[in-house]
Structures are given as structure tokens and as C-alpha cells.
Design a protein around this ligand. Structure first.
Ligand code: ATR
Length: 276
């Protein structure tokens, strides 16, 4: 069994990330010795700080804003999922010190959705994705991995949605037509930052959305966004954003610690307390 594993999260500013709580919970639960800590790195130091972490024996680290794209240039290899998404959120330091980049957002989204849907077969599901940032790419990759058929994407800045449509088989719909585009979908996913604490509201009239559709929000501060509250009120099933965060951490933990961890009730409780 691996001992005294060092892992962490890099970003700038690092803020109040939940990742240390998640990974330290799992270390305790699985009886592993090690440390997961947040490391704030100023932009001008990114290359040297990352090289130093590899030198210091880190097994790897997660990457948050603003480095999810830039880190690719520092990786010696990048897996296919991360290449398609165009962002790396997890780095594994190989024994020879080489950096291998992964993206676990797709897994996190898909796994959370499958669990929330109680493993209902989502093959052929149709989806409307709102937003075209890095998060949207992870979500779309995840939707395709579970066999979603017809995926529509709407973004305020149309060109960013068009860019995604050049990489993934999705159909771009104008932002102004997002509400009517929800007419025949089985999943509605918000990947914009709208609805997050401190951001504007996501204005979305759900009258066209089938009541049988599931509504997912990747925003988790607040835990229940206005979109999810409204969806619940009209009888749609909802999938909160916190699950994606928890599940995307699992493959990273596996890579560094050699154990595929579970999202258990204790962890969910700790996260709810941290967010309240
Ligand atoms: P992330 O990598 O987390 O997805 P991002 O790349 O900053 O973050 O993307 C934020 C998303 O929220 C984008 O789709 C953005 O739309 P634009 O591409 O038009 O900027 C969307 N967004 C943010 N504020 C918005 C607003 N006021 N109205 C509509 N969309 C908004």
C-alpha cells in the first residue's frame, strides 16, 4: 500500500475549495497516510512551482482556475478525454517525474447523473446544455459517454458554442431560443455561472420543458439554485451540482492513492456543513 502520499490543488486565487475536505476524508476513511493541500501559485511562477512539486515527491495535483488550459503546455502527456475537453483538472506525476494530464469532469458529471437517475438507461437521452465554457465541454463529453443522442447547446456568445460543435457532435441553438429549444429534451443542464452566489440569475422560463425531463445544475453555491428550486416545484427531477464535484474527485484519488473511493453519507454530510 502506498504511504505518505502528497497531493494537492493548484490555482490562483485558491479560495475556499472543498477538495482538501474531500480527499482528506477519503484518506482517513481508507486508512491511508498522506496530505492533500491547496497551493496558491502566482501566474509567473506556474512552471517553476509545478516542477518543484514533482521534485518534492507529489503524486499529483488537481488544477483549478485559471490554469486548467495552461497546464496542458506543462504536461508531458495528456489523455484523450482531456484533449477533447481542452482542459486538464488532474495531473499525475509519474515515477520518472513526467506529468500526465487527465480530465475527470466528464466522469464526475456522468457518474453523478447515473447515480441520481438510479441507473436508468440514459442511452438516447436528449439534452439541452446552457453555456459553452470549460465546464460545458466536460458535461458534453460526459453526456456522450453515457450514450446521449441529440445534444443541443445554447450560449450567450454563439461563437463559443460553435467552437464546441467543431469538436463534439452537438447542435448550436441561439441563446434567445434556449427556452423553446427545451421543448423535447429529457435533460436540461446549466453549465453557466448564472445562479451562483454573487452572480446574476439564470433567467429560464421552463414552460416548454417536459415535466419528465431531469434538470441538472453544475452550480453548487447555493446547493439548490433558483433553477433547481423552480424545476422541483413544477415536478421535474433535479440533479444538484455538488455530486459532480464529489464524483470528479474519485478518479484523481484512485490515480494517486490506488483506491477508488466512494461518495459516502459522511462525506456528503461534511460537504453540506461546509457549504451551510
Ligand atoms: P467555466 O470554465 O466554469 O465553464 P467560463 O469559461 O467562464 O467558466 O464560462 C462561463 C459560462 O457562463 C459561459 O458560457 C458564459 O457565457 P459567454 O460565453 O457568453 O461568456 C456564461 N455566462 C456568464 N455570465 C453570463 C450572463 N450574464 N449571461 C449569459 N451567460 C453567461
Amino acid at each position: 500500500m502506498k504511504e505518505n502520499i502528497k497531493a494537492g490543488l493548484i490555482g490562483h486565487p485558491i479560495g475556499h475549495s472543498l477538495s482538501p475536505l474531500i480527499h482528506n476524508h477519503w484518506m482517513e476513511r481508507y486508512g491511508l497516510s498522506g496530505l492533500y493541500q491547496s497551493v496558491d501559485i502566482a501566474p509567473e511562477n506556474l512552471g517553476s512551482a509545478v516542477a518543484q512539486m514533482a521534485e518534492d515527491g507529489y503524486a499529483g495535483f488537481n488544477i483549478t482556475l485559471p490554469y486548467k488550459r495552461e497546464i496542458i503546455t506543462l504536461c508531458d502527456s495528456v489523455d484523450e478525454t482531456a484533449q477533447q475537453i481542452g482542459a486538464v483538472n488532474t495531473v499525475v506525476v509519474n515515477e520518472d517525474g513526467a506529468l500526465h494530464g487527465l480530465n475527470t469532469d466528464s466522469f464526475g458529471f456522468a457518474e453523478n447523473l447515473l447515480q441520481a437517475s438510479e441507473d436508468t438507461d440514459l442511452k438516447g437521452a436528449t439534452a439541452l446544455v446552457l453555456g459553452a465554457g470549460g465546464a460545458a465541454r466536460g458535461v458534453i463529453h460526459g453526456l456522450l459517454s453515457i450514450g446521449a443522442g441529440d445534444i443541443k447547446i445554447a450560449n450567450r456568445t454563439r461563437e463559443k458554442a460553435e467552437e464546441i460543435a467543431r469538436v463534439f457532435p452537438v447542435q448550436v441553438v441561439p441563446w434567445e431560443e434556449r427556452e423553446s429549444a427545451a421543448r423535447d429534451v429529457s435533460l436540461l443542464v446549466n453549465t453557466t455561472s448564472l445562479g451562483m452566489e454573487g452572480q446574476g440569475p439564470l433567467e429560464f422560463d421552463m414552460r416548454h420543458l417536459p415535466k419528465s425531463a431531469a434538470v441538472c445544475d453544475i452550480v453548487y453555491r447555493p446547493l439548490e439554485t433558483e433553477l433547481l428550486r423552480e424545476a422541483k416545484e413544477r415536478g421535474n427531477s433535479v440533479v444538484t451540482g455538488i455530486g459532480m464535484l464529489l464524483h470528479q474527485a474519485r478518479p484523481a484519488f484512485w490515480e494517486w492513492f490506488g483506491v477508488m473511493p466512494e461518495v459516502d453519507d459522511d462525506l456528503q454530510q461534511k460537504i453540506l456543513e461546509a457549504l451551510s
